[in-house]
Design a protein. Structure first.
Length: 136
């Protein structure tokens, strides 16, 4: 019998974007929830001000309160969500990485349960789009 190790991390990469997005599964909890994190990294030369929004799809029901006080997570429709900095949060400096906690209903198994279709915008301009999930 062969056993596989589940893939627990996923990355969105866009060659045009200064913003890198990654997701990793941290834990599945006994009450049928999972804990994960979305990490943002500013690969650009300038700070990313707090006027951005990150849209993505997730088949799991995400818990808006899990992202903490620095961010706002909103369910848009179906499996579409948007993540934004809360008012008054600081910008993402060049080279800075910020991890955002994220919890959802039902357990997550591997990269097949990862959020996908990341698209970032800032003040009505695209920051990145169509990043593909890569497992590592």
């Amino acid at each position: 019998m062969i056993f596989g190790v589940p893939i627990r991390e996923a990355y969105a990469v866009s060659p045009r974007s200064p913003l890198s997005v990654s997701w990793r599964l941290l834990d599945n909890l006994p009450d049928e929830r999972f804990r994960s994190e979305i990490a943002l990294r500013n690969d650009g030369k300038d700070a990313l001000e707090s006027d951005w929004a990150l849209y993505f799809n997730c088949e799991r029901k995400l818990l808006p309160e899990s992202v903490g006080k620095e961010f706002e997570l909103t369910h848009v429709n179906g499996d579409l969500y948007v993540l934004r900095p809360a008012s008054g949060s600081k910008s993402l400096a060049a080279g800075e990485r910020r991890a955002i906690p994220l919890e959802g209903s039902l357990w997550a198994i591997n990269v097949s349960d990862a959020p996908s279709g990341f698209f970032a915008s800032a003040e009505n301009r695209a920051v990145s789009g169509g990043g593909q999930i890569e497992s590592q």
